[in-house]
Ligand binder design. Structure first.
Ligand SMILES: [Zn+2]
Ligand SMILES: [Zn+2]
Length: 345
């Protein structure tokens, strides 16, 4: 049996890089030699907790942002052939269920997830091949292409807010996802205020297009700071990309009347927040939340990357071998690495 090196998640903070069989493919599948896999906040969360109810149950291969080369195709595959460079999303909807028929494929009752990007090879199942896999344009690097999945979540998240050019958007949280929101909002013509803890890290968002920054380590009242930067009105749109009760509260308080908040960051399950009903009602505040992505958002994200709007150089801070993944995950968990790392298996 042919084997390969892969990272296997065994549980809480337990990842081992070991030899496992190369995945077998069925008729509609692809076998892809992974050339770059990117770390993601979700992976760090999974590593810390040991599982993800929806996405992954250990022991399992994991990692979900990748691009690579097709090395084998199933009998029924016609769109792809060995040798092509491809990028795939980490899921595909059924297109038949209650939610899919209502135009919400991200809420699909039978969303098929695919994990195993931290490995030499990954199987891409037929449904993902059909609905969420594309050839990578020649001018893109593997790591550029691998940004399509997280960017797809961001594209959907911003689309959900109804952002228009000229709007002021406050983004709370400047990890990889928050930083991508800053960049994308700027590309779409918004005025962007980035809110993060450390001034030093906020400097990076200025290079991505943030017009103003608010460092919470320097101010007791970030809500007042954002209001001050918006003529006292508050932001048209607030994106919460931290996932904590406190920042969910800030988001609502930073909005102008009639504004839209997207609670993008998911706090730990069981978290409750209290909201001022008067504020919501009399200020006509719209509260949204976005989960995951859709095939359309994935395609849109890849188009943005192809046009050069988003490049790996801005979001990928380091490169490491597959063997060093457990150590990289610890560093991401402790915060000594903050943006993404490209794992090259
Ligand atoms: Zn991800
Ligand atoms: Zn469905």
């Amino acid at each position: 049996m042919k084997t390969m090196l892969a990272a296997v998640l065994y549980g809480k903070e337990q990842v081992r890089v070991e030899r496992v069989p190369v995945p077998k493919i069925a008729s509609g599948d692809l076998l892809v030699r992974v050339r770059a896999a990117l770390t993601c906040g979700t992976d760090v969360k999974v590593f810390r907790r040991g599982y993800h109810a929806l996405m992954i149950v250990p022991p399992a291969v994991f990692g979900h942002e990748f691009a690579g080369d097709v090395v084998a195709v199933g009998d029924s595959v016609t769109r792809f052939q060995p040798g092509q460079r491809v990028v795939s999303a980490n899921s595909a909807p059924c297109l038949e269920c209650f939610y899919c028929r209502r135009g919400k494929p991200n809420l699909c009752e039978d969303l098929q997830f695919n994990n195993g990007a931290y490995a030499e090879y990954i199987r891409v199942p037929a449904r993902v091949v059909e609905r969420n896999t594309y050839e990578v344009a020649p001018h893109l690097s593997y790591r550029d292409a691998a940004l399509a999945e997280p960017l797809a979540c961001v594209v959907k998240g911003l689309d959900d807010t109804g952002l228009a050019a000229g709007d002021t958007v406050a983004v709370i949280g400047i990890g990889p996802i928050g930083s991508m929101f800053v960049r994308l909002a700027k590309l779409r013509g918004a005025r962007v205020i980035a809110v993060g803890r450390r001034r030093a890290k906020l400097e990076h968002t200025l290079t991505l297009g943030a017009d103003r920054v608010v460092a919470t380590e320097e101010t007791l009242d970030p809500v007042a700071a954002v209001r001050e930067l918006t003529g006292g009105h508050g932001a048209d749109i607030v994106i919460e990309a931290v996932g904590q009760a406190q920042t969910w509260n800030w988001s609502v308080a930073m909005l102008r009347r009639g504004g839209v908040v997207n609670f993008f960051g998911g706090p730990p399950s069981g978290t409750r927040v209290e909201l001022d009903t008067n504020l919501l009602h009399y200020s006509e505040i719209t509260c949204k939340a976005s989960f995951h992505h859709t095939p359309k958002a994935f395609r849109d994200a890849l188009d943005i990357i192809e046009s050069g709007g988003i490049t790996a150089a801005d979001f990928v801070q380091a490169e490491d071998s597959l063997e060093s993944l457990p150590q990289v995950l610890f560093q991401l968990m402790e915060g000594s690495r903050t943006l993404k790392t490209a794992i090259i298996p």
